[in-house]
Write a protein that binds this ligand. Sequence first.
Ligand code: SF4
Length: 378
Amino acid sequence: MIHGRSFSIFRRKLLDWFHQYQRELPWRGTNDPYRVWLSEVMLQQTRVAAVIPYYERFLQRFPTIEALASAPEEDVLRMWSGLGYYSRARNLQRAAQEIVARFCGEFPRSEKEARELPGIGAYTAAAILSIAYGEKLAALDGNVARVLARLFAIEGDLREGKRWQELQDRADFLLDRKSPGDWNQAMMELGATVCTPRSPQCLLCPVAEFCEARKLGMAESLPAIRKKRTLVEVALASAVFVDGQGRTLLLPAPESSNGGDQHDDIAALVSKMWHFPTIAARTKPDKVLHEHLRALLALTAKTQRLVLESLPPARHSVTYRALTVQPYRIRCEHLPRIAGAKVVALSEVAAHSSLAISNLTRKAARAAMLPSKAPSGD
Ligand code: SF4
């Protein structure tokens, strides 16, 4: 148990370990709030190795909060393209715009003001303010919660309201008030590299002697596994028009004629990025898409004969949705006219292009670059 004199030994051991063994990461050693903030947002639900190149490219393109605030949204999404969870990028930019408008471009020091910004919750605010400004705030995320649950042998679902509050109280209690930024990073680093979800490496742990779960032989069985939200299967159909010059059509946002769940499913797919005309289609995707296109094109052009050529499906999971997109190639002499659509080379969509598009859209474009098979219907 951590108490009395052992308390200061515990802190010293963890901080010494952190200073000696922390990984070299591009956002380490900086107390620039913009850089800390960007790294924290990118690291949400994304692995460190995947984040590093995005972090570096993003900072090259938007080196300051002002540069991010004044950029076209499409540029921001383009630099985020492939990292997923695009609401993070839009919130980041909206927050940057608020920081410029309300705080003269300087990230606010107050926790209350920080948490009023889009996309910034209790954890992110505590991480940024402690690392950048030395504010005495303990950051509690899933990693830190797991470490605390083991150190104090806390059983049950950690995300339950009362238990999460208990963990926050423990995190506040342990916080090293002289160096809260290093302390928070040390706790996170321990969770990421030693006290990992599976097979914690207790023999290498700098604070093993204080750990209740280890003493009780429960290190591997804590924390309790959470019940996962049931995965919802979502089936979508997309139209990849290709004209004689190898050009295609992309739409800028989910079609406004969709509503409710369908709209959410399509929004999960395209997240307001450029995308092929798409519709939710649980059964008979070719017929559903065909109907959708007739309705869409009738707005701007006479109904035309459409031959839908089935392509290999693309799959992706977003939070609790398992998306399957069935793309169809539609060859045409002239691309149809759709308000707001962009005409672009298919090869550009298939490559890691300069457009803000999701990986699923890119996969569908790659499928449409394949040689033709027999068409599936009219
Ligand atoms: Fe985690 Fe093991 Fe260290 Fe306890 S002793 S904190 S379970 S790594």
